[in-house]
Design a protein around this ligand. Structure first.
Ligand code: GLC
Length: 575
């Protein structure tokens, strides 16, 4: 019997191998999903468009720009939080999850925005901030008032008669102490972010149910997806044991992926995601490929796609190694080649500007390097997330004093260094290059006062280059960064190979050029990107004489490996 089944098995394997070989036209099976084919455009509502002249962007402002958003070709919008909030952290401190922040408008505005998007074939992803709430949320107000409040266990408390809790690092607190003493009930509460962002207690099933109900509220309104803010930190060992020295600050390593995180995601999936056709992504992907996989492998029924930080952290003021950059993208791609799905991004609201960090924002190269970076993001495997303003090549502000900064953690860190005698000059150099307010300056619509963003002084000053770098001007120029972005988005939409096709890195040790192929069902594209400001050569070993040029950020191309500064080309190769 045993022998018979072994023979049968061999026969089966042989037949399937043969059929693979002989049936050359057989299609590679891809697990298609709308959110894999999505091009996500991230809108920072505070800075996008102000409709009522208070200097703060709002929902009506976004509504007035829906045709612009549609014209980009993107098909999903991720909105940073728009819920009621005292704005300690610009909306990442929610005081009412079922209401709209006053600065941004009303629920009627939201309904109109959602309809306006859907009418234009654009889906909407909401930011869900549930690692913590605001300390001004009704839950916390009640929890803080008494030890017997029904909401007490929605948060993490440590009664002071037990002594001081073991140290936990806070990312945003001036003293980096995540425990804040509250005299009302003689207890400490936990806050990984600011003191006004108390951590929610995910170990409490009642809290979890509240969150799922909130998500259902938005799903029933028709939103198309959820981005879970800081969610890798949500699960905690509530005994708060003492950690070995050196653990305190290594935030991702020791604070992420706590016990039961996967159970909570499975529960959320069962309660919410599985009931609606929504996309789901959590900020951060743990410490390893294994963590990232466990979050998104379809069989596990947790999240749809991973959003890993390794690549976005590569840029440094002193520059970065392209070889390392390639290694990072390539290893993540290969780890997800057969299973799971990734987000592809190099910028978001927590980063300075794309072109200033990964390209060159000098007048000579700002445009061409912006186009090159857009080409990269739109030709990789994974769902691209593109941050508003990058399609114009908006660049860093050039902050040189702390007075120009609005961002709470940056101001807190400055204060901390001041009090502890730290090096403020070195800190300000880092702020200039990397402070997230660089990415939050008002969207540059035109060359009128305040960049056409508002009729009044904006909450954060506009970049001085708005008179030359703005949407109105770029609309008129067929070769603008904006119009190139539209073309490269269209190229991705026209070529499923760019979504699902196999990725292969070529010429990996080349220090200046990133070359790779994408291949699906007989179609093969070659992408060559010069990441430097000198002429350079890609050594791909491929003959490009008969290759079809699909796009080039210079408008033409040499049909060879020779590339001009920041040149980006996409060819279709002959079979
Ligand atoms: C996430 C958000 C960031 C916010 C933090 C606290 O990292 O992206 O903007 O400050 O969480 O909510």
């Amino acid at each position: 019997m045993k022998l018979r089944s072994a023979l049968l098995l061999t026969a089966l394997v042989m037949t399937s191998l043969l059929s693979c070989k002989s049936n050359k036209s057989s299609e590679t099976k891809v697990d298609k999903k709308w959110w894999k084919e999505a091009i996500v455009y991230q809108i920072y509502p505070r800075s996008f468009k102000d409709s009522d002249g208070d200097g703060i962007g709002d929902l009506k402002g976004i509504i007035s720009k829906l045709d612009y958003i549609k014209s980009l070709g993107v098909n999903v919008v991720w909105l940073n939080p728009i819920y009621s909030s005292p704005n300690d952290d610009n909306g990442y401190d929610v005081s009412d999850y079922r209401n709209i922040m006053k600065d941004f408008g009303t629920m009627q505005d939201f309904d109109a925005l959602l309809k306006g998007m859907h009418d234009r074939g654009i889906k909407l992803v909401m930011d869900v901030v549930v690692n913590h709430s605001s300390d001004e949320h009704e839950w916390f107000k009640s929890a803080r008032a008494s030890r017997t409040s029904p909401y007490r266990d929605y948060y993490h408390w440590w009664n002071a008669e037990r002594g001081h809790p073991n140290y936990r690092y806070s990312l945003f607190d001036i003293n980096h102490d995540a425990w804040k003493y509250d005299s009302v009930t003689n207890a400490y509460y936990l806050h990984y972010f600011s003191g006004k962002q108390p951590d929610l207690n995910w170990e409490n099933p009642k809290l979890r149910k509240e969150v799922y109900d909130i998500m259902k509220f938005w799903a029933q309104k028709g939103v198309d997806g959820f981005r879970l803010d800081a969610f890798q930190f949500a699960a905690k060992d509530t005994t708060f044991p003492k950690w070995p020295e050196g653990w305190e600050k290594d935030f991702i390593k020791y604070y992420a992926m706590g016990p039961h995180l996967h159970d909570y995601l499975k529960e959320m999936n069962k309660e919410v995601f599985s009931k609606y056709d929504v996309m789901s992504v959590a900020e951060g992907a743990g410490n390893s490929f294994q963590d990232a996989h466990d979050l998104v492998d379809a069989d596990r029924k947790e999240l749809g796609m991973a959003y890993a930080f390794e690549a976005v952290d590569i840029a440094k003021p002193e520059g970065y190694s392209l070889v390392h950059f390639k290694e990072v993208f390539t290893k993540w791609d290969s780890a997800f080649a057969d299973k799971g799905w990734l987000s592809i991004f190099l910028a978001n609201h927590d980063q300075a500007r794309l072109v200033s960090r990964y390209g060159d924002d000098s007048p000579l190269y700002r445009e061409v390097s912006s186009k090159m970076l857009s080409t990269f993001l739109m030709t990789m495997r994974g769902t691209p997330y593109y941050y508003n303003g990058d399609e114009l090549g908006m660049s860093n502000f050039g902050f040189d004093s702390i007075g120009q900064i609005n961002d709470m953690p940056t101001r807190n860190e400055y204060q901390h260094l001041k009090e502890t005698g730290g090096d403020l000059n070195a800190f300000m150099d880092r702020v200039k290059f990397g402070c997230r307010d660089n990415g939050r300056t008002p969207f540059q619509w035109d060359s009128t006062l305040f960049a056409g963003f508002s009729s009044n002084t904006p909450w954060l000053a506009a970049n001085r280059n708005y008179t030359t770098v703005n949407a109105a001007q770029q609309e008129k120029d067929p070769n603008s960064v904006l119009n190139y972005f539209r073309k490269i988005v269209q190229l991705r939409k026209d070529n499923p190979v760019l979504v699902y096709g196999k990725y292969a890195l070529l010429d990996k040790d080349n220090k200046g050029v990133y070359s790779f192929t994408r291949e699906l069902n007989g179609k093969k594209l070659l992408i060559m990107l010069n990441f430097g400001k000198i002429n350079d050569v890609a050594h791909t070993g491929l003959d490009l004489k008969d290759a079809t040029l699909l796009i080039s950020n210079y408008g033409d191309a040499s049909h060879s490996g020779d590339l001009r500064p920041f040149e980006a080309v996409v060819y279709e190769l002959k079979e």
